[in-house]
Design a protein around this ligand. Structure first.
Ligand SMILES: Cc1cc2nc3c(=O)[nH]c(=O)nc-3n(C[C@H](O)[C@H](O)[C@H](O)COP(=O)(O)OP(=O)(O)OC[C@H]3O[C@@H](n4cnc5c(N)ncnc54)[C@H](O)[C@@H]3O)c2cc1C
Ligand code: SF4
Length: 555
């Protein structure tokens, strides 16, 4: 039977765009289905980029310019099964639904995982109540693909600046960009206390690169598209794929089902912007819908593997804020220019703290040195009247607040999962993704141990006060007047797990090449196959995996 394309790709985020680039370079024809709108690239002339992003808080935060609109495409949430079917309907860890996916509004810290992140069980051992495992591949298998990913996306960084970084075969493609003043201040304080901050490897051009300009540090990076295309969003990969003449990109096209017959995917059913359903056929289907929507689509397609959706992980974020007396100008610059990794190392002191908490070990995560709120967000928090003007001038939030976000390792648990909500439907009438998530006590112990260390750095930097909270916020957290319920959904946009990879079809959904054990011509190219989450942002690792998986598929 003749098929329309060699490969159907679902999703145009970092994973799907990477797969499109690799497959078209290998001579395969692809069609990329993207449920969201296209604000990124001219489909008639892919040499031309669109200029529809801007430094506009209302457009991006309130009007859902990048989608999805949580009224039309909600998700549901509960902490545990005992909560009933759900305790929340609406926004749950949304990444944009737009051409480029989450890559468009990520501010792009793109570190590699460390060698021991791939063998957690061997290095650190099991933890009660968690499903800690080794990955079926190691860092050495992925290193060449990391190097390729950094080049393809465009990462600015300084090799050797981070003493805890894994080995690398070459330098970064670009030097680091200009540092933010607030991060210079907090980095100096961290160094005085014996920590090792370094310029964060970032997917923002520090110099003109790949036909796109250098970042001008406009300050609207995280949660906004880049108005000048200096960001390492998937634009470079998509542009190359489209220019090959072998890729077609279909925005506003929602894939509702993978059509499977006799253990093989034949194609997909998809819905156009007018609500009409169509069928497209191909030899293979690449799933890159993100770690929430990929398991949803597998379940909507009737796939039965009991582990689909299980082991959902975010990062447990320890958030330490403080007030510095000097003006920080932190609303300019890329949202984060410095990070430190010290709390990822499981040293003797961390082991002692773990023993006290009744755990075999605890592990933190990458700490991002950041600051800043934008003016409209800030203005909504201040009282009205003369005091409002005074506060806007003084700007305690925008110009004096500094913060650390520790992206703490979140242990995999079978009970944390994505499934289909039994009642709530999206605008297409399809069951939405329901998240069941509660942190393991490992995350709580790690946060309690590392929070005071972060506060000490702020005190050393001269902060007049420093406080620590977390996301998700916990029962008993009174920092926000006992309003913990408002923050019980993790704010993290680092979403992994849900289609675990492994060698044994009984304990994993896909193999090390992302192929579904049950339907091997479906290949996953996003962060859902990650067996464990690591304390680092997932995007560079998922792009490296997507290169590896797509190349294997092409051959
Ligand atoms: C503000 C912010 C900052 C971030 N910063 C970082 C960072 O510093 N470092 C880092 O590593 N990560 C960061 N992230 C996370 C990063 O954005 C994600 O890891 C990344 O986008 C995941 O890529 P993906 O291709 O797997 O999925 P996505 O980017 O989610 O792309 C999936 C695409 O598939 C589409 N899709 C889904 N279902 C369907 C369907 N049924 N039919 C058709 N299309 C579909 C979606 O619309 C979407 O465009 C950040 C995210 C945010 C929001
Ligand atoms: S800070 Fe730089 S990379 Fe980020 S949106 Fe502004 S210009 Fe683009």
């Amino acid at each position: 039977m003749s098929r329309d394309f060699d490969v159907i790709i679902v999703g145009s985020g970092p994973g799907g765009s990477t797969a499109a680039d690799v497959l078209t370079a290998a001579g395969r024809s692809v069609v990329i289905f993207e449920r969201g709108r296209n604000h990124l690239i001219d489909l008639d002339d892919p040499n031309q980029l669109k200029y529809e992003y801007s430094n506009d808080e209302i457009k991006f935060w309130s009007r859902h310019f990048l989608g999805p609109d949580p009224w039309l495409e909600p998700r549901t949430f509960r902490l545990r099964e005992e909560d009933g079917e759900r305790i929340h309907v609406g926004e749950v860890n949304n990444l944009p639904a737009t051409v480029g996916g989450g890559g468009v509004h990520a501010d792009g810290k793109l570190p590699r995982f460390r060698e021991d992140d791939f063998r957690m069980l061997t290095e650190l051992g099991p933890v009660d109540g968690a499903t800690v495992v080794d990955w079926p591949i190691g860092y050495d298998d992925l290193e060449p693909f990391y190097a390729e990913a950094e080049k393809a996306v465009g990462v600015a960084g300084e090799a050797g600046a981070n003493p805890f970084a894994p080995w690398r075969s070459g330098p970064y493609p670009m030097p680091p960009g200009a540092p933010m003043y607030c991060a210079v201040v907090t980095s100096a304080a961290a160094e005085r206390l014996g920590f090792h901050p370094y310029p964060a490897p970032t997917g923002c051009n520090s110099v003109p690169y790949d036909g796109r300009p250098a970042c001008n540090n406009c300050g609207f990076c995280a949660y906004y598209g880049c108005p000048i295309h200096a960001k390492g969003d998937p634009v470079a990969l998509l542009r190359r794929a489209l220019l090959s003449g072998r890729a077609e990109l279909r925005p506003d096209a929602f894939v509702k089902r993978i059509v499977v017959q006799n253990g093989r995917a034949e194609g997909v059913e998809w819905i156009d912007v007018a609500g009409e359903t169509h069928v497209e056929t191909a030899e293979h289907v690449v799933l890159a819908a993100g770690a929430m929507e990929t398991p949803r689509l597998l379940l909507l397609s009737g796939m039965q593997h009991p582990m689909i959706g299980q082991n959902l992980m975010f990062h447990f974020q320890t958030l330490t804020f403080g007030h510095l007396p000097m003006r920080l100008h932190a609303h300019k610059g890329r949202a984060v220019t410095h990070t430190h990794d010290d709390h990822i190392i499981v040293d003797d002191a961390a082991k002692a703290a773990a023993r006290e908490a009744g755990l075999p070990w605890i592990k933190g995560g990458l700490v991002e040195h950041g600051a800043a709120a934008h003016p409209l967000l800030e203005s909504k928090l201040y009282p009205w009247g003369p005091e409002h003007k005074e506060m806007m001038r003084e700007s305690p939030m925008r110009d004096h607040l500094v913060g650390f976000t520790m992206q703490g390792e979140d242990l995999p648990q079978a009970t944390n999962r994505v499934d289909l909500d039994p009642e709530i439907r999206d605008i297409h009438g399809l069951p939405v993704a329901r998240t069941t998530y509660h942190p393991h006590r490992h995350e709580l112990a790690a946060s309690a141990y590392y929070g005071p260390k972060l506060e000490a750095i702020l005190a050393e930097a001269g902060a007049t006060w420093a406080r620590t909270t977390s996301s998700p916020r916990l029962e008993g957290d009174t920092i926000f007047g006992g309003l913990w319920k408002m923050g019980m959904i993790p704010a993290s946009r680092h979403i992994v797990g849900t289609t675990r990879m492994g060698t044994d079809p009984a304990t994993s959904v896909c193999d090390e090449w992302g192929r579904l054990h049950d339907v091997p011509n479906v290949v996953i190219c996003d962060s859902s196959p990650f067996p464990t989450g690591a304390g680092y942002g997932p995007t560079l690792t998922l792009v490296a995996l997507a290169i590896r998986n797509a190349r294997a598929l092409a051959s």
